[in-house]
Design a protein around this ligand. Structure first.
Ligand SMILES: [Zn+2]
Length: 474
């Protein structure tokens, strides 16, 4: 009997804002425990929340980017539950009137494309963090209480762990591109819960879903889903029934363990948050945010192919990060050579970022400086291999390319008589190879070019070297 899985994902993204959702505490990660708190986010009696407008701007960017419908009015609700890291005893969230509904995320997995529908995006505040100690005790850090979140709920359109992975990568790409969330799953600023059910292939009814939590990497989500699908399939094959429950993924053991019976929405006793007024979203507000978003990655990738004649993979790579895309466009314009600009970024710039463990935003060489260096190569005043070394030295020393080229004496030699001298020396040194070349071993030419380059410390213009070699060997 064949089975198929149905997966829906709930992604929580911590929004990048100066302050928390309902108070003026800084929204920061990594501060000493319980230092970024105030009576409001600790839920002291008598305090009143004040909504952070920035939180709405950030959520709106994401909603517009996935093509969602932003509702002209929405409200906040209290979601009640008891947990040690929730001092108020409720979380301010949105229940029946979410910020936006609809929209879709385009994914590509295992070689096919698919549109994954978004059910809703709603706003809420984060809870604190329980830190379980090895001696069995638990300590609590309230810094995260009140940090603004969006929850992005997908329709159950995903059917395999690979699709879930592709979806998460796309959502992460999007939130990073829009700069609404840093997308760091290890830090917990992007989190994912999954609703999974399995049914017989062709059946019109969904199976009973379980919820899997506590996955803190994309790889973890993929593994946990594969595990849970297999577990449910095993139960169904033996004629058993899947119980509706919440499971916690244990990354080190590679198993998902039951945590509790799954709550239903009745368990949370939602009711409208009486301390906040409803949010009214004007068309002008939406227009302003639409302008701020600018071009989205898919559109930009398409334009790079069209405008600069880049290969699809290259355009994709250059739009994987907005800072890289911006740098490419600046470099293409400054150098006047988009294809070379793409090559320099793909080859050298990304290599340096990887070696240094830097993000593109911290790359210290301005596009105009790199363009100056590229022009030296185009004008045949510098060999490509030496130009790459110059870039490394620019990064290391902070000096300009002209100074480095002069200090290292790397100005390319294009003087034919000087090159001819070096070529004659090389040919005189390897008479047997000259004979072989003349006997038809044309690939020996590369060896001669290499020797001349060595003799000239990489400064000879390789094109002239090759021409002179051919002339003297004919
Ligand atoms: Zn606070």
């Amino acid at each position: 009997m064949a089975y198929e899985a149905t997966i829906g994902l709930e992604v929580h993204a911590q929004l990048i804002t100066k302050t928390k959702a309902f108070c003026s505490c800084p929204n920061q990660y990594g501060a000493p425990p319980n230092t970024l708190v105030c009576p409001v986010c600790l839920g002291m009696p008598g305090v009143l929340p004040v909504l952070n407008r920035d939180m709405l701007d950030q959520a709106m960017k994401l909603a517009l980017a996935v093509g969602a419908t932003i509702h002209p009015r929405c409200k906040f609700d209290r979601k009640n539950y008891f947990y040690p890291d929730l001092p108020k005893g409720y979380q301010i969230s949105q229940y029946d009137e979410p910020f936006s509904t609809g929209g879709a995320v385009q994914i590509e997995a295992d070689g096919y494309k698919k549109s994954v529908r978004i059910r809703r995006i709603h706003l809420e505040e984060d809870a604190g963090k329980s830190l379980h100690q090895t001696d069995g005790s638990t300590i609590i850090d309230m810094n995260r209480c009140g940090v603004p979140l969006v929850e992005i709920v997908s329709e159950p359109d995903l059917t395999t762990p690979a699709e879930a992975r592709a979806y998460l990568i796309e959502v992460r790409h999007l939130v990073r591109w829009l700069r609404v969330c840093d997308g760091d799953m290890e830090k917990g600023s992007l989190r994912c819960d999954a609703n999974v059910s399995v049914r017989r292939k062709g059946s019109s009814e969904f199976g009973t879903a379980t919820e899997v939590k506590n996955m803190n990497s994309i790889r973890g989500v993929e593994r946990a889903l594969a595990y849970e699908i297999e577990r449910q399939r095993g139960i169904l094959e033996k004629g058993g029934t899947v119980i509706r429950q919440t499971l916690l993924w244990d990354e080190s053991e590679g198993v998902a363990r039951p945590m509790r019976r799954k709550e239903t929405s009745e368990d949370y006793r939602y009711f409208p948050e009486p301390d906040l007024v409803e949010v009214v979203v004007s068309p002008q507000w939406i227009q302003r945010i639409s302008r701020e978003i600018g071009e989205l990655p898919a559109a930009r990738s398409e334009r790079f192919r069209r405008e600069y004649g880049l290969a699809p993979e290259t355009a994709e790579l250059l739009t994987s990060d907005r800072a890289i895309a911006d740098y490419f466009e600046a470099l293409a314009k400054e150098s006047g050579n988009p294809r070379h600009a793409a090559n320099w970024i793909q080859g050298e710039v990304l290599r340096i970022l990887k070696e240094k463990n830097w993000e593109m935003v911290s790359f210290p060489i301005a596009a105009s400086e790199l363009a100056t260096l590229m022009k030296q190569v185009d004008a045949e005043r510098l060999s490509l291999s030496n130009a790459k070394k110059v870039l490394d030295k620019m990064v290391e020393t902070g000096k300009g390319s002209a100074d480095i080229i002069e200090e290292e004496d790397w100005v390319q030699v294009s003087d034919v008589s000087e090159i001819e001298m070096a070529v004659r020396e090389v040919l005189a040194k390897f008479p047997d190879r000259v004979q072989k070349y003349r006997a038809g071993k044309a690939n020996i030419l590369g060896f001669f070019v290499g020797e001349v380059m060595k003799r000239t410390a990489g400064r000879a213009n390789p094109k002239i070297v090759s021409d002179v070699l051919k002339k003297l060997l004919s």
